[in-house]
Design a protein. Structure first.
Length: 262
């Protein structure tokens, strides 16, 4: 079973983060402010300016490294923080009654995870790192207090949270009417756009998730995922080397299967 990171308390001077089964480890206070972070145009500061940005810079949060295979939080854990992905890739998943894992989302730098706990006060899913990653643990209570004092800041934060929640939901709704080729095309185009927004290549990237995890997310069997990747390669649309993917013909990927991803 993967190791887990317990909830991270707010930063005052130093923070003690307790790993389940491990001794506590100290965490230095975060020196980087949101306004000077290289991900500010994608993460919480997106759309903020002036006094709202100054207010956000008073936010106290802790930064943690999460090793590949390590669990950030489990389904049912008490909700205290939202997590901004600073580097790496994480996945969220649910355990079905028959014991199978249902992947519900993948998150990369600049995206927020943990919002599933806002409504009920407990996380509805589990989240773990697919590669060595780094996150900012933001106390939701403190963030709410800051937003309560400024309606414009509250609006921006609400919009950002809504964006993170609805992006995956809207993609899954699209997948409901797609065949296997369209589902995989939509998935790859979605990743392509997200990487491009971060200054990375939109045509060549390394998949941090396994074929089985992609299949779980897209509602496809492992064999179907592998067969569809092979079909795309035979058509000259992709070049695939294990988890490394290069989109050779972007237009064909978009139009051959009539896929539109926003």
């Amino acid at each position: 079973m993967p190791t887990a990171i317990a909830s991270v308390p707010p930063v005052v001077t130093t923070v003690q983060v307790v790993h389940r089964g491990l001794s506590a480890s100290p965490v230095a206070p975060v020196k980087t402010q949101c306004s000077s972070c290289h991900l500010r145009d994608l993460c919480l500061p997106c759309g903020m300016s002036g006094s709202d940005m100054d207010r956000l810079d008073t936010l106290k949060f802790a930064r943690r490294k999460v090793k590949a295979g390590q669990t950030l939080y489990r389904e049912g854990d008490r909700f205290q923080f939202i997590y901004a992905v600073r580097a790496g890739t994480l996945k969220s998943s649910l355990m079905l009654q028959d014991g199978r894992e249902q992947v519900s989302g993948f998150y990369i730098a600049g995206e927020l995870v943990g919002l599933d706990g806002v409504a009920q006060g407990a996380h509805a899913s589990a989240t773990m790192a697919l590669e060595d990653s780094e996150i900012c643990a933001i106390p939701f209570a403190h963030l709410s207090d800051l937003a309560a004092g400024a309606s414009s800041m509250q609006h921006v934060i609400t919009r950002l949270m809504s964006r993170e929640i609805t992006r995956e939901h809207s993609l899954m709704m699209l997948l409901g009417s797609m065949n296997a080729e369209e589902r995989l095309a939509a998935f790859l185009l979605n990743l392509s756009q997200r990487y491009a927004a971060r200054g990375y290549s939109d045509r060549e990237f390394h998949l941090r998730m396994s074929r089985a995890e992609i299949g779980s997310y897209l509602g496809m069997k492992l064999e179907t995922v592998s067969r569809t990747f092979s079909a795309f390669q035979q058509l000259g649309i992709l070049e695939v080397d294990k988890r490394h993917v290069r989109i050779v013909d972007m237009e064909a990927l978009k139009h051959r299967f009539n896929v539109r991803v926003h």
